[in-house]
Design a protein around this ligand. Structure first.
Ligand SMILES: [Zn+2]
Length: 64
């Protein structure tokens, strides 16, 4: 596993990663463009994303 204790590394890995709310496809894009809806999901085409973070990823994986 990655040694994700470095804030810069966490920001690089997760700061621009987003997860589609419909199909859970992970995409990468600037937060500004995501909020503006400039980037549709590459799989299902809708534009609602949540930020991908370590905590949320752990919660999602634990819930399912
Ligand atoms: Zn999608």
């Amino acid at each position: 596993m990655a040694q994700a204790k470095i804030p810069e590394a966490i920001a690089r890995l997760f700061g621009r990663a987003w997860v589609c709310r419909r199909c859970k496809k992970t995409i990468r894009g600037d937060a500004k463009k995501i909020r503006e809806g400039a980037i549709p999901c590459k799989r299902c085409g809708q534009r609602a994303f949540r930020p991908k973070s370590k905590e949320k990823r752990l919660k999602v994986s634990a819930a399912k």
